[in-house]
Design a protein around this ligand. Structure first.
Ligand code: FNR
Length: 179
């Protein structure tokens, strides 16, 4: 059987993003898969631009990646106790394309943040927004990596064994859901 297609989406555009590190670890924990990464570096949603120029090509590319994916993992950084503009903007653009790309798509949201709650609030908000898209949110142990700047080693591995175990469990659950 062909490997499942796993799409990773990071709500941070930063090169050294901890959320990106986390979703890469999530992909490893998921096991054998055809992994792709969505580019969320999109223009800001503007209804006037949409009317004149239509939906940007980059959004169409992202939507095609979503439609092709068997499962999605989103890294949701926390800015000011909420979802990042980057991620929300992407979700807004996606909702402007026909066909509800995220509908019924098995999806897991994880987060890493500098604060003590590990981005729990942004994770919750992301899931709330995804429910509007009718994504199939896969439950399981929450993966909220706190104190992100001290949580990874130089190779991008999680230092905390418990956090890694939670990630493994969550990804196993996602895998079971699409089996
Ligand atoms: C933050 N950060 C942050 N952290 C947190 O735990 N709760 C918060 O509300 C915020 N707010 C916030 C706002 C803004 C504008 C910035 C730039 C940062 C810190 C944040 O968790 C940290 O920068 C992470 O490293 C961001 O994720 P990436 O880019 O590493 O994936």
């Amino acid at each position: 059987m062909a490997d499942p297609k796993l799409l990773l989406m990071s709500g941070s555009l930063r090169k050294g993003s901890y959320n990106r590190m986390l979703i890469i670890l999530a992909a490893r924990a998921f096991g054998s898969a055809e992994v792709t990464e969505g580019d969320l570096d999109l223009p800001l949603y503007n209804g006037d631009v949409e009317e004149v120029e239509g939906v940007p090509e980059k959004v169409h590319t992202l939507v095609e990646q979503i439609k092709a994916a068997d499962a999605i993992v989103i890294g949701a950084p926390e800015y000011n106790k909420g979802i990042t503009g980057v991620l929300k903007n992407a979700l807004d653009w996606i909702s402007r394309t026909p066909g509800w790309a995220l509908k019924d798509k098995p999806t897991v949201v994880v987060s890493a943040s500098a604060g003590r709650t590990g981005g729990e609030t942004s994770q919750f908000m992301t899931q709330h927004c995804l429910s509007q898209h009718q994504a199939r949110l896969i439950p399981g142990p929450a993966v909220c990596v706190a104190g992100a700047m001290d949580a990874f080693d130089e190779e991008g591995r999680l230092l905390d064994e418990t956090a890694q175990k939670l990630l493994n469990k969550r990804m196993q659950r996602l895998r079971e859901e699409i089996a």
